[in-house]
Write a protein that binds this ligand. Sequence first.
Ligand SMILES: [Zn+2]
Length: 299
Amino acid sequence: MVDAATLFAAAFVPLMGLLAAALWWGPERWRRWRQGRVEAQPFPPEWRAILRRRMPLFARLPADVQLRVKKRAQVLLAEVPIVGMGGLVVNDEMRVLVATQAALLLQQQRSDALAALREIWLYPGVFVAPQREHDAAGIVHEGLQARSGESWQRGTLVLAWSEVLADAAAPDSGHNVVIHEFAHQLDQAKGEAAGGANGAPWQRSPLARRRWAQAMRHEFGALRMRLAAGQGGGLLGGYAATNPAEFFAVASERFFGRPEALALEHPALWAELRGFYRCDPRWWHGDTFVSTRLDARSA
Ligand SMILES: [Zn+2]
């Protein structure tokens, strides 16, 4: 016969032990421990088959990058629910394609880089959202605007499935809504107190922050001048000139999708993004860059 006090002690003591361990470890270690458990699980073969079918870029990634990307995708799926909107029933193909494209830019970020992201809403296609704009005369125009994605300061990211699918199929286009919205999340992660989304995601060293601010200010200013002079937006496009936050999100799309062109046309911007994302997507795109590199090495 087991009495109530023994039962209580049997349940209470281990629980208190776990709680004490969590407090002693602190949130960061606790997060790493949780994420480590998820990363230790094998990447399901069905998910691998989805990537083979729908995301041609994945097969081109070097083995070490593939591994990091898969682990980041698994962690993202374990931590952030993807919710179907507008009648969409979310399946594994949707979850894997959202998470794996996001993992391209998250692969080298801190484990808490997206701690504020609570959920991802997935619409079947392009959705409409209310829009409020000031024109040059200061008049406010209100209306509806078609969107393929949105990133909110309060932990919600919104995506159109049709665009997620199309972007995964065209990795060299330089357009990618998942990269764009997750770049906004990285930018927003430092919180409203630190300025919210302003095109300057968190960086550890003050020197890196200063160099980043200088390069971005220069490139953003140059793009606005080009547009004002009627020369068009070039590789970055006119939308990047909307504000510094959009500039960073669009530049991130080009960094992962048109890396060679970005490195050639905007070397300073390229260097900052390369330092921030700590990877070189030129290795993943086409074979011109790789063969040039190999020639240079053997010479
Ligand atoms: Zn944007």
